[in-house]
Structure formats: structure tokens, C-alpha cells
Design a protein around this ligand. Structure first.
Ligand code: ATP
Ligand code: MG
Length: 289
């Protein structure tokens, strides 16, 4: 199977990007998918959330500068089928360091291409920082799809239009595969009307682009990172584990549907044949002498 690159992105902070990156990756790995999680946030929360120590000089940074092979930066996560390229605070300097280069929006592509081409992974998951900066743009330039986590809170939709516009611009400017695979509603609070109202409002705007799975607010999900474990290892039977397992299942199902749709688009149809200029082929038709 071809490697698919999935970015977790929303410029709003604290909406569940990293929690989703860790737990979605772990659930895909549990389903026997080979996964590489790339921590693109200098806060390095995905790194520490998987139990790797921050500050050991290991991040994607040297590969962005062209000073190291992306592949040499891959670490084992301790979880079967799941590897990670960690982050550290130094990555905060990467945007400045690469900004002077002409190809500053494609540095991640150069770093990741050999890994993608090796076909080692089914999925590469990118945990983006909460900004629309250079690292975010680099991520979208290599991504096949974007999952946008949205917190079930007042003003959840604020800023989302800008994000959707940028995804469309990057698709049109040279990454035609890029699409929004869906919006994932996070921190859903079953005991308040507000959560329900927010979900209804988001569905009004985005329809079936909102994932059916809702991620509930679950204290176990917020505890797990301090133990350096994904939720399915920390507490396999809590509602947070069930929710992220459901999400991974729904994601894979939607992916199959999307691939089938794309394939169907390349098939010839009656109307496209009838609409095309038949006169040019007329003379080539075999004629009985
Ligand atoms: P940032 O923009 O800073 O990178 P983020 O979008 O990556 O933030 P997270 O770090 O995943 O967001 O989540 C923000 C906080 O909310 C964290 O403390 C996390 O543990 C908590 N949290 C995320 N999802 C849930 C949930 N479903 N239930 C309870 N707490 C959650
Ligand atoms: Mg984060």
C-alpha cells in the first residue's frame, strides 16, 4: 500500500490535535497499520506523551536544514507498529532558519520523501503546531489529507474558514491530492447542552464532513500523557479508548470510500464520450469495403 500522510491541524490551541495524533496513531498501529508519528510542534507534547524525553537534540530540524537524513531521526515508540520522529524546543528556531531559503515551504517534503518512497509505513501522522506558520505550510504541502479537531465549545468555528481557505489554496497551488478528510469533534461533554448545540452548528456548516465519532471529555485521556502512554495502553477499557478506536475504524472506512470515489472519477462515462468531438474519430472507424 502507498504511504498516506495525514496532518492533524487547527491553528487554535488546545483543541485536541496532539491527543488525537497520539491516540489515533496508536489505534491505527493496533489495527496492524505501520505508523510514523512526526511531532512538528516545538512544545513536543506528542513526544513526551509517548514517553520520549524532550531535549535530547532529536527533532526533524536537521533534516529541514538538509543536514541529516529524515530516516536517521526515526525512533521506536515502544509500541508495536508505531515509530516517531520526536520534537524539542529547538524546533521553534526552524521557521527562522529555513525562512531565508527559496524552497522554505518544501523543506519537509525533501526530508520526508525518502521515507515515503521506502514504503515502510502505511500512515505518516503529522502533529502540527497551533499556528498557520511555515511548519504548518510545510506539513500541508506533503499531506494527502487533513483531520481538523474541533473542541465542542463556544466559538468552536472561529477561524475555521481561514484554515479551510488555506487548505484549498495549497491544493490548487501544487498539492492536488490534499483534502480535508473530516472534522473531529473533541471534548464532547455529555452533560451540557452546549456541546450538543456546537455539534449541531458545525454539522449545519460542514454536513457529512464531520466525523460520526465524537470524542468525549474523559479525564483518563488527559492523564495518559503524563504516564507517556496512549490511552489504549494506559486504560484500554475507558470511554476514551473506545472513542479513539471507533475513530480509527471510521477513518479507515472513509478512506476506502474516498479511494473508490477517486477511482470512479477516472472511469469513462457515457456523457463524457457523447460530449467529446466524435467527428475527429469518425474517419478512423473501420469501414466495410
Ligand atoms: P496545542 O494547540 O497547544 O498543541 P492541542 O490542540 O494539541 O494543543 P491537546 O494538547 O491535545 O490540544 O489538548 C489540550 C488539553 O486538553 C490537554 O491538556 C489534553 O490532555 C486535554 N484533552 C484533550 N482531549 C481531551 C478529552 N477528550 N478529554 C479530556 N481532556 C482532553
Ligand atoms: Mg498540540
Amino acid at each position: 500500500m502507498e504511504t498516506k500522510i495525514v496532518a492533524l491541524a487547527n491553528q487554535k490551541g488546545g483543541v485536541g490535535k496532539t491527543t488525537t495524533a497520539i491516540n489515533f496513531s496508536a489505534c491505527l498501529a493496533e489495527k496492524q497499520k505501520k505508523v510514523l508519528l512526526v511531532d512538528l510542534d516545538p512544545q513536543a507534547n506528542a513526544t513526551s506523551g509517548l514517553g520520549l524525553e524532550k531535549g535530547f537534540g532529536s527533532s526533524i530540524f536537521p533534516a529541514l536544514l538538509g543536514e541529516a537524513e529524515g530516516r536517521s531521526l526515526i525512533k521506536e515508540s515502544g509500541i508495536k507498529n508505531l515509530d516517531i520522529i520526536p520534537s524539542e524546543l529547538d524546533l521553534a528556531g526552524a521557521e527562522i532558519a529555513i525562512a531565508r531559503r527559496d524552497d522554505y515551504l518544501h523543506r519537509l517534503k525533501e526530508a520526508m520523501d525518502p521515507i515515503v518512497e521506502s514504503g515502510t509505513y502505511d500512515f505518516i501522522v503529522l502533529d502540527c503546531p497551533p499556528s498557520l506558520g511555515i511548519l504548518f505550510m510545510n506539513a500541508l504541502n506533503i499531506a494527502d489529507e487533513v483531520i481538523i479537531p474541533l473542541q465542542c465549545e463556544y466559538l468552536a468555528l472561529e477561524g475555521l474558514g481561514v484554515m479551510v481557505d488555506i487548505v484549498n489554496q495549497i491544493r490548487d497551488a501544487g498539492n492536488p491530492r490534499l483534502h480535508i478528510s473530516g472534522i473531529l469533534m473533541t471534548m464532547y461533554n455529555v452533560s451540557t447542552n452546549l456541546s450538543q448545540q456546537v455539534v449541531q452548528e458545525v454539522v449545519k456548516h460542514f454536513g457529512d464532513r464531520v466525523f460520526e465519532t465524537l470524542i468525549p471529555r474523559n479525564v483518563r485521556l488527559s492523564e495518559a500523557p503524563s504516564y507517556g502512554k496512549p490511552i489504549i495502553t494506559y486504560d484500554p477499557h475507558c470511554v476514551g479508548s473506545a472513542a479513539y478506536r471507533n475513530f480509527a475504524k471510521e477513518f479507515l472506512k472513509r478512506q476506502k470510500e474516498h479511494e473508490a470515489e477517486m477511482e470512479a472519477e477516472t472511469l469513462p462515462t457515457l456523457s463524457s464520450v457523447v460530449a467529446s468531438d466524435a467527428s475527429s474519430t469518425e474517419n478512423n472507424l473501420p469501414v466495410a469495403e
